[in-house]
Structures are given as structure tokens and as C-alpha cells.
Write a protein that binds this ligand. Structure first.
Ligand SMILES: [Ca+2]
Ligand SMILES: [Ca+2]
Length: 213
């Protein structure tokens, strides 16, 4: 058995000689092809890609997460989307390994993970005087607007009277909460204080007339 040949083109020269020592040559070419595609394994534990505040991410180079092997040689492993690509939402990451002749691909799904809570800004504290001495004041404020880079936000007031209500003497705490689709929450709060500025009145409930004997 002759030597094992690596893939490539080889020229074989055969020399034949008869009994009269006449020689003849035969030259032919041998082509060794690699017909076995590379092996390629994607990771079983999928990587996590966190979303930025704008709900995008820059694609890392994950070619080191796949295992490629070939009996001849693996020339290249290419990732799609390419490292450095700005991605968003859910998508498929595909890797392709080539040995120069054949290719093998594997892929896995990725969904950006949103860990950033919505932004939510409450008004400043509200202080009002009970001007009409009716033990309450209407207080109105602009409703906060939550913002999240990844979209829809559930928003609710979790404590205190709603804007525009008649607030009694004293301090009430207003609390709002916003929650994004990933369950990240933000809260903000402020106080509404109504001051009693009227002095108490003294009312005579009865009078007693006393006459000396
Ligand atoms: Ca091969
Ligand atoms: Ca978010």
C-alpha cells in the first residue's frame, strides 16, 4: 500500500521495461478530494445577549462557542450576523464551517434580554394652603409618562388619590409604577400636602345667666 495522500493533485509516472530493456513511460494524474464535510457543533447552553437602553445590541464574536473539526482541515468558520452587527428583537445566529470544498452549518435562536427598567419621573412635591377653610383643596398635576426602549409599558398609580382630587388637610403620598414587557419595574412618588391656615373659631354653645340673691 502506498502513502496516504492529502487532498490535491498528484502526477504519477510509471516506468515499464520489457525483457529487451526497452522502456516506456506512462504519466497520469491522481486527484485526491476531501468529500467529507466538516463536523460542526453549536453550543448546548445558549449565550445571553442583553439589550441596550435603545433595545439593540452589538453582535459579539461567538465563533469561539462552536466546535468545528475536519479530518483534513477547517479553513474557516463564519458567523451570521457578523460580529459588530447591530441587532434587535429575536433572530437566528448561524455558523458555517468550510474545509474548502464542503460546508456544514448549525444555528440557534437568540432573543435580546431586556433588563433595563422603564424611566419614570414624578412631579415635585405639591404644597397647598386650605384657602377656603373647607378642609380640602383640589390638587392637579401632569401624569408621568413612562418610557422604555423596548416598547410597551404597563403603567398604574399604586397609591394616593388621583390627580384633580380634593385632598384633605395633611400629607398624601402619590406612587406610580411602570412595568415593561420583560417585567422590569420602576416606581416614583411625591407628596401632596394641604396646610390648614385658618385659626380655630370659638363658638359659645350655651350661656349661663346667674343672678345673685
Ligand atoms: Ca473535509
Ligand atoms: Ca426595558
Amino acid at each position: 500500500m502506498g502513502p496516504w495522500l492529502a487532498p490535491g493533485h498528484y502526477q504519477v509516472r510509471e516506468r515499464h521495461k520489457d525483457e529487451s530493456l526497452n522502456e516506456a513511460f506512462c504519466i497520469w494524474e491522481v486527484v485526491v478530494l476531501d468529500t467529507v464535510a466538516p463536523g460542526l457543533n453549536c453550543p448546548t447552553t445558549l449565550p445571553v445577549l442583553h439589550a441596550s437602553s435603545s433595545c439593540t445590541a452589538v453582535m459579539p464574536d461567538w465563533t469561539g462557542l462552536v466546535t468545528a473539526a475536519d479530518a483534513c482541515s477547517v479553513l474557516d468558520v463564519v458567523q451570521d450576523p457578523l460580529p459588530g452587527t447591530v441587532v434587535t428583537g429575536s433572530f437566528t445566529v448561524t455558523f458555517t464551517a468550510t474545509d474548502g470544498v464542503s460546508t456544514t452549518a448549525c444555528s440557534f435562536p437568540i432573543a435580546l434580554v431586556d433588563t433595563i427598567a422603564p424611566t419614570l419621573a414624578c412631579p415635585t412635591n405639591k404644597n397647598r394652603n386650605d384657602l377656603n377653610n373647607d378642609c380640602a383643596q383640589p390638587v392637579l398635576w401632569p401624569i408621568p409618562i413612562p418610557v422604555d426602549g423596548c416598547g410597551a409599558v404597563a403603567f398604574t398609580q399604586t397609591d394616593g388619590l388621583p390627580s384633580g382630587s380634593l385632598f384633605p388637610i395633611g400629607t398624601d403620598t402619590i406612587v406610580y409604577m411602570a412595568m415593561d414587557a420583560a417585567g422590569n419595574t420602576s416606581t416614583c412618588s411625591f407628596t401632596v400636602t394641604v396646610w390648614d391656615i385658618s385659626p380655630p373659631s370659638v363658638i359659645a354653645l350655651y350661656s349661663t345667666h346667674w343672678k345673685s340673691p
